[in-house]
Design a protein around this ligand. Sequence first.
Ligand SMILES: Cc1cc2nc3c(=O)[nH]c(=O)nc-3n(C[C@H](O)[C@H](O)[C@H](O)COP(=O)(O)OP(=O)(O)OC[C@H]3O[C@@H](n4cnc5c(N)ncnc54)[C@H](O)[C@@H]3O)c2cc1C
Length: 445
Amino acid sequence: MTRRIYEPYAYSDAARTECIWPLPDHPWPQLNGDIVSEVAVIGGGYTGLSAALHLAQSGVSITLLESEKPGWGASGRNGGFCCVGGDKLGFTKIAKRFGNEAAKAYFATQCDAINLVRKLLETHEIDADTHSDGELQLAHRPQAISDLKSEAEQLKTLGVSSQFLPGDALAERGMSGTFQAGLHVRLGFALNPGKYVFGLARAAQSAGADIRAHSPVTRITREGGSYVLHARTGTLRAKKLILATNGYSSDDVPNWLRGRYMPLQSNILVTRVLSDEEIAAQGWTTDLMAYDTRNLLHYFRMLPGKRFLMGTRGNISASPQGQRQMRGQIKRDLSALFPKWAHVETPNFWSGLVSLSRDLLPYIGPIGRWENAWTGMNYHGNGLAMSTWAGAQLAQLAMGETAGSQVHQSPLKRFPMAGFRRNYLHAAFLGYRLIDGPAPSSPEA
Ligand SMILES: Cc1cc2nc3c(=O)[nH]c(=O)nc-3n(C[C@H](O)[C@H](O)[C@H](O)COP(=O)(O)OP(=O)(O)OC[C@H]3O[C@@H](n4cnc5c(N)ncnc54)[C@H](O)[C@@H]3O)c2cc1C
């Protein structure tokens, strides 16, 4: 597992040490010796765990191998926005490419994905500190107000209700920052990602899935119609394979994957507990999960314990120094967007890897020409709900049923000059920054 495109820091515990959602101690067994299962799953995030749960519930024998512990990757350290998403292309371009009906069907899968998470929380009695009735989009500059209005019109055609909030209405509703207007979309909710992923893993295990931690797969070979997954401490042999490694994938597990995904860092900063006076002074009392209209967006929400979480993307270096710079940048942005909190300490910062595709679409489908082998990946940083749904779809594929949508099945193209693809991010981020306009700056500055 050497062919990964970031510095080792990105794949180490160091990147998640300060995450406020530690992985609970649980005696997950390790792969030991040579075992056989009907389906093998690689990766213990939402994609792999949801696939494992749905397979086990249908009585299929399934073993999941995870490098670290279930939830160690993005699934146990994300912002907890359970919302529509999964692509970066957008409805209009998807409709242009696949047709209006296919775009609508794809949008419906995003709503199904949210409903699936809600159902899993209820069925398996996972208390994941949910809050937020929908999401709030916030115009970061006057020009973005018309974008919010167009978005509201488009959502209406898709049967989703939303409410446009002019600038002065934001303050009245406890949404005061430095934003020009808002759009409250009644879709989705927020949750504690650590509690959700652990609950999902326990539910899969209780349903009969064999989950092995600390069992990184270093090689996949084929023997007599079976896949053989090689880990340090043993092998797993299975007729069917599901790959669920997303941003933590390696270009050589399997080789087909090389250059078909672009890992990207997402970063989160969390304040200490805010006092009621501090919250009132800023005027941000809403519990809605929110994000601004930048391409390199800021996403934020007040956590149930009155700590404020803010995340963003846009860094290329995964070195400790690069991380320090990103921490400083989010702190500056937080101070600029919420000036009354400029003095507030921010003790927790961490990062993780999401993944993009060349076509800016999520993928659920076969691993090249391999028989009985599938993957689900590339949710463009919005995969909490979509990866859970993808896992359920992958389980269906492994049980011989059809799954996914036309959009999800679009073949996964390779980035040109795959080994150097991280460099494309320089141009992409520069372009986004030019489109987004000036970085947030404090009114006092
Ligand atoms: C900081 C951050 C904030 C985010 N915020 C949000 C948000 O608010 N809302 C939202 O919708 N999405 C968000 N996302 C994205 C979301 O977390 C991901 O899309 C989702 O978790 C992907 O799940 P996954 O199971 O596909 O991948 P992951 O959760 O990354 O799991 C992949 C797993 O595969 C394992 N693995 C890799 N290689 C091997 C191997 N060879 N052998 C065994 N195991 C292996 C890894 O250890 C890892 O645990 C965020 C992501 C990050 C990093």
